[in-house]
Design a protein around this ligand. Structure first.
Ligand code: ARG
Ligand code: MN
Ligand code: MN
Length: 361
């Protein structure tokens, strides 16, 4: 499908199996809910959508169906009908699991301990290109995953587009707010699991590199982000090697402890002050940042997490800056909870709506 395809209202009008009566409002008749002036989007009413069906960055099947359950719950329809966005990009979920298994069959043995390295590299390279195409048009790039390895593609695509769109600007390097129970900054060498969804930040910052043909050798400087423009929120399960990386590089991180001590309001104030008001922001939200009480259907749940309201607040605070250029929501796995994925999907829908300004007045 061409990247300029526009969604039809109502095609995703399903909630819990019931067909919702389609509100046939013309797409451009509503302004986006948020009236926040956008600093870095030339098409603030358009969203560049990428739906990534991929789970090869970790071992549990099911995360590849994340975009499907979110869109079946009506997320995209809500973004057009309720929030007034025109949706661009592709409304079909790309089956990257299938694409990569066809391409590599079982010829993807570990390299430096990384599992499925060729598959994850090839998939993230394609995602990077797709997301770049959206961000290059001055749209906010919204990506639904998929496991968190896909952020190697999303963040690199947005970073490259912003560099190109503002060639002369001093502040043309994006900041990344990584909301997660985990730091996902293992290098291949520090990782115990070998799962690449625990490594995206090390490849994005250049802490990890690879020249091996077909294994992240496509990542160039224009794809990378500065370690000084990275902020973590919600951490509570950080590996020993990762703690060392965070400490030695002076990386800004707000753990659950910090949120308990200062409250999410002060934490967001500090996070955004650290980033500054002249820097575009990419928000990469791992649903496991939320407490499993709110988001149980995820591959690596960790207790003691954010309430849904705290998660929504983070998204609102980012939306309120007018600096947001990219949003990811990842790690929703409908196969992982017996009672069903309903709670996790509702939480995911809420987070995305908040990141897109729905709850701002
Ligand atoms: N995106 C995630 N859920 N990552 C979990 C990573 C867990 C662990 N730190 C690892 O490297 O395997
Ligand atoms: Mn996580
Ligand atoms: Mn993660």
């Amino acid at each position: 499908m061409p990247s300029t395809s526009t969604y039809t209202n109502g095609t995703n009008g399903h909630t819990d199996g019931h067909v919702v009566p389609t509100k046939q409002a013309p797409q451009s008749s509503l302004p986006p809910t948020s009236s926040v002036p956008q600093k870095f989007l030339s098409n603030p009413k358009e969203l560049g959508i990428t739906l990534v069906g991929f789970s090869g960055g970790q071992a549990k099947p099911g995360t590849d169906a994340g975009p499907t359950v979110l869109t079946d719950a009506g997320l995209l329809t809500q973004l057009s009908d309720d929030l007034g966005y025109t949706l661009r990009g592709d409304d079909t979920v790309r089956d990257f699991n299938n694409l990569s298994s066809e391409r590599f069959k079982s010829n993807d043995p570990p390299v430096r301990g990384m599992k499925n390295p060729r598959s994850v590299s090839a998939v993230t390279e394609q995602i990077s290109e797709l997301v770049y195409t959206q961000a290059r048009e001055g749209r906010l790039a919204l990506t639904l995953g998929g496991d968190h390895s896909i952020a190697i593609g999303t963040v690199s695509g947005v970073a490259r587009a912003i560099r190109e769109r503002y060639p002369d600007r001093e502040h043309n390097k994006i900041a990344v707010i990584w909301v997660d129970a985990h730091a996902d900054i293992n290098t291949p060498e520090t990782s115990d699991s070998g799962n690449i969804h625990g490594m995206p930040v090390s490849f994005l910052t250049g802490l990890a590199t690879s020249n091996e043909p077909g294994i992240f050798d496509w990542l160039r400087d224009e794809h990378r982000i500065s370690i000084h423009k990275l902020v973590y929120i919600g951490l509570r399960d950080v590996d020993m090697g990762e703690k060392r990386i965070l400490r030695e590089n002076g990386i800004k991180a707000f753990s659950m402890h910090d949120i308990d001590r200062h409250g999410i309001g002060k934490v967001m104030d500090s996070a955004l002050e650290y980033i500054g008001s002249e820097t575009p922001i990419h928000l990469s939200f791992d649903v496991d940042a939320l407490d499993p009480m709110w988001a149980p259907s995820t591959g690596t749940p960790v207790r003691g997490g954010l309430t849904l309201r705290e998660g929504d607040f983070i998204c609102e605070a980012v939306a309120e800056t007018g600096q947001c250029v990219g949003v990811d929501l990842v790690e929703v796995n409908p196969q992982l909870v017996e009672g069903g994925v309903g709670d996790t999907v509702r939480a995911g829908v809420s987070l995305v709506r908040c990141a897109l300004g729905d709850t701002l007045l």
